[in-house]
Ligand binder design. Structure first.
Ligand SMILES: C[S@@+](CC[C@H](N)C(=O)[O-])C[C@H]1O[C@@H](n2cnc3c(N)ncnc32)[C@H](O)[C@@H]1O
Length: 200
């Protein structure tokens, strides 16, 4: 991701946050139900109470709240490129750690977190043949002790000039080169799929 692309993401979230405030629309989700459906699939990789979870593209830290509402409090760290979105996240979650930037700006040690999750942060169209998305997946896999769960938009059902969507089988094959135990889940929303990568 180059500086111009990153600034575009920062600017669009500044605009959306100014317009919608604390609301899923500020994160470009159509509603809370859709956001939480994605959370449920990611959490089902096996996240348990007390686990250390890194959330890449964390938005408002809503995954933490959702886990708490499901009686599964976690030790939560969030990373996001948008300072505007992060300012709200910090106000809402005094007991979590938040860092501004992308995952390559961070100096986390390998295997620092039980789980790394990512929901919606690879949906930006960067016109780079998915190179950035693949490098993020490789990087977050290095950071986990137990596994990674992320979602992407499904190119079989969604193609838009400003959104990055991919064929699930393509990215699954990429993940299988990195990790012996991967699972594809594509039965929860038409436009979306999730991949689990377990450290074995
Ligand atoms: C669709 S929103 C989802 C937010 C959160 N994961 C959720 O589901 O509530 C995507 C978020 O990822 C952030 N983002 C986009 N690209 C990113 C990147 N490369 N690294 C870190 N954050 C990114 C955006 O600023 C935004 O807050």
């Amino acid at each position: 991701m180059n500086e111009k692309q990153r600034q575009r993401i920062v600017d669009k979230h500044k605009d959306s946050y100014t317009r919608f405030g604390y609301h899923p629309h500020a994160l470009y989700w159509s509603g809370r139900d859709i956001q939480e459906m994605r959370f449920k699939v990611l959490a089902e990789i096996g996240i348990q109470a007390g686990d250390a979870v890194l959330d890449v593209g964390c938005g408002f830290g809503d995954f933490k709240s959702w886990c708490e509402s499901d009686a599964c409090p976690i030790n939560y760290t969030g990373v996001d490129v948008s300072p505007d979105i992060l300012s709200e996240a910090r106000q809402r979650h005094a007991d979590a750690s938040f860092y501004e930037g992308d995952v390559f700006d961070m100096s986390f040690e390998h295997q620092s977190f039980d789980w790394v999750i990512l929901s919606g942060a690879l949906n930006e169209q960067l016109h780079d043949d998915s190179c950035y998305a693949k490098s993020v997946i490789g990087q977050i896999y290095k950071l986990c002790r137990k596994g990674v769960a992320f979602n992407m938009l499904d190119a079989r059902f969604l193609k838009a000039h400003d959104l990055h969507s991919l064929m699930p089988e393509y990215i699954l094959a990429y993940c299988q080169d990195l990790c012996a135990e991967c699972e594809l889940h594509d039965d929860y929303l038409k436009n979306d799929f999730s991949i689990y990568m377990y450290r074995t």
